[in-house]
Design a protein. Structure first.
Length: 256
């Protein structure tokens, strides 16, 4: 007589678990892979959100000074990206090439831009109609008036008289710090632009690095510019940076 085998309820459950073990293993491998992939994606998104790109257009005359500030900035903020072009370099680029850099940037800065270059940029800005932060300092008035932050235009509704007041130079009777304080109090909405111009007028490698930091901050970067450092009236420049008089080691006289 053939022996029969009857499985109890518990035995049937055990057999089911044993038979399904490979499926469970595959299931948990997939879940682990998905979890790992999500972690990588979150890390990449967080890195992308933190790292910003600045596209700056600067006059040929001022390009060396801003490059020195860029060196100082990148030594301390390596995660951010800088794309600088002088006005002469921009003249050799097509509109498509300029717009490509513009589109890849989180914020755009122009310094010392006048004449045909300013007109060209104004045309490109008007065509793009972008909400991307844009700061123009020490440039033609019509280009400055197109400055904007993430909240919108900085100079909307400003007539020529207002633009003249906010664009005035530092008088002989006031310090650059006083000039910044007065204008920031008079024009609180334009405080960022006033400080940007202040950093530029103060010059010096550290101040220009802070101008770059402030521009990145305008784009939402988690970065805090340092306080402005007033510069001496007579400064010494060597190897793309200003140096203290005490560090000059020239032995021959006379020298300039």
């Amino acid at each position: 007589m053939a022996a029969s085998l009857t499985l109890s309820s518990d035995m049937r459950k055990s057999k089911l678990i044993i038979n399904d073990y490979p499926k469970l293993k595959i299931f948990w491998n997939i879940r682990y892979f998905q979890f790992f992939f999500i972690l990588i994606l979150l890390f990449a998104c967080n890195t992308q959100a933190y790292a910003k790109t600045l596209f700056a257009i600067v006059s040929d005359r001022s390009s060396t000074a801003l490059a020195a500030g860029a060196d100082y900035f990148l030594d301390r903020h390596k995660s951010h990206n800088l794309e600088f072009r002088s006005t002469s370099q921009l003249g050799h680029m097509t509109d498509a090439e300029v717009l490509s850099l513009w589109n890849d940037a989180d914020v755009v800065l122009t310094v010392g831009v006048f004449g045909d270059t300013a007109v060209r940029l104004q045309t490109l800005i008007d065509k793009k109609n972008s909400s991307r932060p844009f700061l123009a300092i020490s440039s033609t008035l019509s280009l400055i008036k197109r400055s904007q932050d993430r909240q919108g235009s900085l100079f909307q509704g400003f007539d020529r008289e207002k633009m003249k007041r906010i664009g005035r130079s530092v008088s002989e009777k006031e310090s650059l710090e006083d000039w910044i304080s007065k204008l920031s109090n008079e024009f609180p909405r334009q405080k960022t632009w006033v400080h940007a111009k202040g950093y530029w007028q103060a010059r010096g490698q550290e101040n220009l690095a802070n101008l770059i930091a402030l521009t990145f901050q305008t784009a939402g970067a988690d970065i805090q510019p340092d306080a402005m450092k007033p510069q001496k009236k007579v400064r010494f420049y060597r190897n793309r940076s200003f140096i203290d008089e005490e560090k000059i080691t020239l032995t021959r006289r006379p020298w300039v």
